[in-house]
Design a protein around this ligand. Sequence first.
Ligand code: NAP
Length: 246
Amino acid sequence: MRFTGKTALVTGSSSGIGRATALLFAREGADVIINGRDEKKIASVVNEVEKLGRRALGIRANVGSFSEVHVMVEQALHAFGHLDILVSNAGVFHHQMLHKMTEEEWDEVLGVDLKGTFNCCRAVINPMIAQKWGRIICITAISGLTGYPNMTHIAAAKTGTHGFTKALAAEVASHGITVNAIAPGLVDTPILVNMTEAEIANYTQRIPVGRIGKPEEIAEACAYFASDQAGYVTGQILNMSGGGLI
Ligand SMILES: NC(=O)c1ccc[n+]([C@@H]2O[C@H](COP(=O)([O-])OP(=O)(O)OC[C@H]3O[C@@H](n4cnc5c(N)ncnc54)[C@H](OP(=O)(O)O)[C@@H]3O)[C@@H](O)[C@H]2O)c1
């Protein structure tokens, strides 16, 4: 049990990669804060965590809102007394060519995927500095390493998060806090409702391992970065794309 006595905030844990990560952390002994926008989905994952014998606190909050994130972190600290691990995972996805992209679409993706990471890190950093230990993991995407057509907004947000990860890692390493990012390729989660079957099949053909990823595989990497054993690894971006980017 790698996380006995630890508390983890996993944003966007009402679904997909975040849910798998929260459940793995709970199986490894952590208490977890389950976050998202949909109360029913949050309640369902809280229930799953509690069945594993761990405490879970469900908090509906928009990670794009500085004030909502601060209230969420205050609630978590009040409930558990400490916050040790942040997985900044919440994200939105829609394809759009730049010449059709609206200001609202751009602002939504940058607001959730990039500013959301700033908001969450800003809210947890002082408690982590005070306790001289912390683990921050940002879920980005390989589009942030390679670029991808129809994803200028997502690529910009994810590349921005890579720079943020490296800068923050250098800033807080001396306080016992590590900051790393995981850049997945295509992963089998509900976010894929935004793609047609033909698009998924076309993408899969170009993945050397011959399939798309599983949320549980991303969760395992989160658990490594969150562990004591990863204390000498910081400022890194782990490409998990089945060989799609080598
Ligand atoms: N799946 C992939 O192929 C893939 C590939 C590369 C990167 N990623 C990244 O992986 C992360 C997780 O995606 P996923 O595939 O697991 O998608 P998902 O199943 O759709 O989950 C997204 C999660 O983010 C939450 N969320 C969205 N906007 C939010 C907001 N403003 N405030 C708080 N929570 C919000 C959702 O909550 P509600 O459902 O309650 O709205 C949900 O829990 C994202 O950052 C995504 O960019 C995914």
